[in-house]
Design a protein around this ligand. Structure first.
Ligand code: AMP
Length: 400
């Protein structure tokens, strides 16, 4: 972190959008734990920390009478846990702007933490309202953005607030720095061969990503339901598999572009098919371009697994986004599992691997392989957009 925080108040945008149970206990504190290094660094350097975050979607999930469900969406639920983790005074302001926030921020001492109330209690937050952002900015001397997962949104607390600090008074936190560094490493300076593994449900969600990968990949591996739209593009029969008929043309064009760019696109030779979309479906393996009617491709087949795993093992850089099949159902999880293992093995042999985007992260966690890949991005949609080559407003606002 480049800025001096000694004796200063640092306003940190964190992502504390943690899952809570019915009694408002935190069921997974990953997001809090990941923000701790930045918070602790500032406290140890003699600064005071003001934390702001959203929690859930309070404006959309209102009480029956239209009021905000403060009881459910208050960040107060996190205070006890934060005190335990940080072992310092953690104050709470029941508003993120206004009198109580101003008063508590002013009284905050070095080494102490103030948690502000949910920024999404205000519609100004998601609208990126300048006046609201200015009020947030007025609470502190410096601004630190450590919420990569919301960096693709031009919200008041993630982007607009940064406009009220000059270059020497704003920076990224460690978590965000790491996300940017790793994404840049795979995109700008990758060691070859580079293999991009793309899966998931829809071509439409991933086509921009696929085209972007043509810029630097040697191999692009396609899995998930997406593969069947590609099969259609190659005039295959895909039975009842999930497809996007309006994307067949895009898939065809992509294959053409890949050929022209000299990038190898691997489609699954075979598929594990079910007779229905259900965990207890009857299962058969069919060539992916000859799936009979009444059957749907729900995972890559054993022959595809072999080819994909071999390509991955021979790679020096691997980017993986999206599962190979319906990994939530054990009968259709083997393909995703095998790919996760191949990525872990390549990593052990010296490759750099990055897993990003919600569902493949869930798959890697489910298989307890998160520590065996080089980097697991927590960014979800933000990482997808960053890899697609978009300039994220939250990043631009810090660099401006
Ligand atoms: P995405 O969010 O686009 O990465 O898609 C992930 C979802 O795609 C997961 O919930 C998977 O169950 C689903 N999925 C993957 N492969 C298939 C398939 N062959 N048919 C239907 N759904 C699939």
């Amino acid at each position: 972190m480049k800025i001096n925080v000694k004796g200063k108040k640092a306003l940190i945008r964190v992502d504390f959008n943690v899952p809570l149970d019915k009694q408002y206990n935190i069921t997974d504190d990953t997001r809090i734990r990941e923000a701790l290094p930045t918070i602790q660094h500032i406290l140890q350097a003699g600064g005071a920390v003001i934390l702001m975050s959203h929690l859930g979607r309070p404006l959309e999930k209102r009480n029956a009478d239209g009021t905000i469900n403060r009881e459910k969406f208050t960040l107060q639920h996190l205070v006890k846990h934060l005190r335990k983790k940080l072992k310092t005074k953690v104050h709470f302001a029941d508003d993120c702007v206004g009198k109580s926030a101003v008063k508590k921020a002013a009284a905050l001492k070095a080494g102490e933490v103030l948690l502000l109330e949910n920024t999404r209690f205000y519609e100004e937050e998601e609208k990126g309202d300048a006046e609201f952002a200015k009020k947030l900015a007025a609470l502190a001397d410096v601004y630190v953005n450590d919420a990569f997962g919301t960096a693709h949104r031009a919200h008041a607390s993630t982007t607009i607030v940064a406009h009220y600090f000059d270059k020497n008074h704003k920076c990224f936190g460690f978590l965000m720095e790491r996300e940017i560094e790793n994404a840049n490493r795979v995109m700008r300076n990758p060691e070859h061969p580079v293999t991009c593994v793309v899966g998931g449900a829809k071509v439409s969600d991933k086509i921009v990503l696929l085209e972007r990968f043509l810029d630097f990949a040697n191999n692009i591996i396609v899995g998930g339901a997406m593969a069947y739209t590609f099969m259609l593009a190659k005039k295959g029969a895909v039975g009842n598999s999930l497809i996007e008929p309006d994307r067949v043309k895009a898939a065809k064009e992509f294959l053409k572009k890949a050929k022209a760019a000299g990038v190898k696109v691997l489609l699954p030779k075979d598929s594990v098919c079910g007779d229905k979309f259900a965990a207890d479906a009857a299962v058969q393996v069919h060539p992916s371009h000859q799936i009979p009617d009444g059957w749907m491709g729900l995972d890559i087949g054993p022959s595809a697994v072999k080819t994909y795993a071999r390509t991955i093992r021979q790679s020096k850089t691997i980017i993986w986004n999206g599962p190979m099949g319906v990994f939530e159902m054990p009968a259709f999880a083997e393909g995703t599992k095998a790919i996760a293992k191949a990525v872990a093995r390549a990593t052990k042999n010296g490759a750099f691997s990055m897993v990003g985007g919600g569902d493949s992260v869930a798959a890697v966690n489910q298989m307890k392989l998160a520590k065996k890949v080089s980097f697991v991005s927590t960014g979800g949609g933000a990482m997808l957009e960053y890899l697609e080559g978009k300039e994220l407003p939250g990043i631009k606002a810090i660099n401006a």
